[in-house]
Design a protein around this ligand. Structure first.
Ligand SMILES: Cc1cc2nc3c(=O)[nH]c(=O)nc-3n(C[C@H](O)[C@H](O)[C@H](O)COP(=O)(O)OP(=O)(O)OC[C@H]3O[C@@H](n4cnc5c(N)ncnc54)[C@H](O)[C@@H]3O)c2cc1C
Length: 311
């Protein structure tokens, strides 16, 4: 039996592993991959300590740190986690049964994609899924934001603030879903051109994105927009089905945590994008991973500290 089982090896899981390892807890990380979403970003400019860092390089360093402090890392998908007499048991897709006294859930989320030709090929080469992360690349350039909610409309406004020459805001429905105040700001902004009823059909380019092919949903007429970048802001998916009987979830199916990363199940902690914490960024996931590990340490050593009761 391990002291701590960490599910997921993105920034949250790897940071939790470093902290658990340094506390000399017998720690196992089980994850589909090492790095998580940061593997998709070749250039991070907002991770403290690095002016600029490739996400894959950052993940490799964190993996090395976690292993250096004794954490074991294994590759598998966790399909369920349940409470057992002295702790918890996770089942994996390869049939393993992993047992631990405490669990840290850090299995993140996946951005929704359009599933159109060219999208995957140009991911990180003009196709992006995070405006906060990648908008600064579009100073004096042209970009499109796909989506109709607040994230998309705010994203278009952020691109203008950052200095984009022109931003197309493209939504497949008749009406944008963003709140009225945000929409009003976007409508006032001359550099933003808003389209409704349009479906993205294909991302085109050579080495990098050069244009986006669109289709009018009513007339089925197609046309191409010349641009340098496309931001897909149509939400992200979180799959917490493996823990739905173990911990409380919110209406978005995220794991509800308190400020110490505790879930509704004593001994189970959650960190990063899989949790109900609203801001989704690598440094925030890493910070939460640290918090979850320290909370797990408190739990395992019987220390009550300054914790508040779960409400
Ligand atoms: C294209 C792109 C660019 C980005 N750029 C930036 C940026 O510049 N700066 C920034 O701060 N943030 C950026 N982000 C956001 C950042 O990557 C995320 O906030 C961060 O990776 C979240 O970390 P996490 O550990 O919470 O989850 P994730 O990174 O999602 O990691 C989850 C881990 O859990 C594993 N996993 C999932 N399900 C299971 C399962 N059932 N069993 C076992 N393992 C499982 C996954 O394989 C993965 O290793 C970007 C995101 C994307 C997609």
């Amino acid at each position: 039996m391990y002291d701590v089982l960490i599910v997921g090896a993105g920034p949250a899981g790897l940071t939790a592993a470093i902290y658990c390892g340094r506390k000399k807890l017998k720690t196992l990380v089980v994850s589909l991959d090492v790095g998580g979403q940061i593997n998709l970003t070749p250039k991070m400019e907002n991770y403290p300590g690095y002016e600029e860092v490739n996400g894959i390089d950052l993940a490799r360093i964190a993996e090395k740190q976690a292993r250096k402090f004794g954490a074991e890392i294994t590759s598998s998908k966790v399909t369920s986690v349940k409470k057992i007499k002295n702790g918890f048991e996770a089942l994996t897709s390869t049939g393993q049964k992993l047992q631990a006294k405490a669990v840290i859930l850090a299995f993140g989320r996946l951005p929704q994609t359009l599933n159109i030709p060219g999208e995957e090929k140009y991911l990180g080469k003009g196709v992006h899924t995070c405006v906060t992360c990648d908008a600064p690349m579009y100073n004096k350039r042209t970009a499109a934001v796909i989506g109709g909610g607040n994230a998309a409309v705010d994203g278009a406004l952020e691109l203008v603030r950052i200095g984009a020459n022109k931003v197309y805001l493209i939504h497949r429905r008749e009406e944008f879903r963003a709140d009225a105040a945000t929409l009003a700001k976007a409508r006032k902004e001359k550099k933003i051109e808003m389209f409704t009823n349009l479906l993205p059909v294909e991302v085109k380019g050579t080495r990098f994105v050069e244009s986006l092919l669109l289709e009018n949903k009513t007339s089925e007429e197609r046309f191409e927009l010349k641009l340098n970048g496309i931001f897909i802001e149509i939400g992200s998916i979180v799959d917490t089905s493996c823990v739905r009987d173990l911990v409380k979830l919110n209406e978005k199916k995220e794991i509800i945590i308190d400020s110490l990363c505790r879930t509704s199940q004593e001994g189970v902690f959650a960190a990063g994008e899989v949790s109900s914490m609203p801001y989704k960024q690598a440094v925030i996931s890493a910070g939460e991973g640290a918090k979850a590990a320290l909370s797990a340490y408190q739990y395992l050593t019987g220390g009550k500290g300054v914790m508040l009761d779960w409400k």
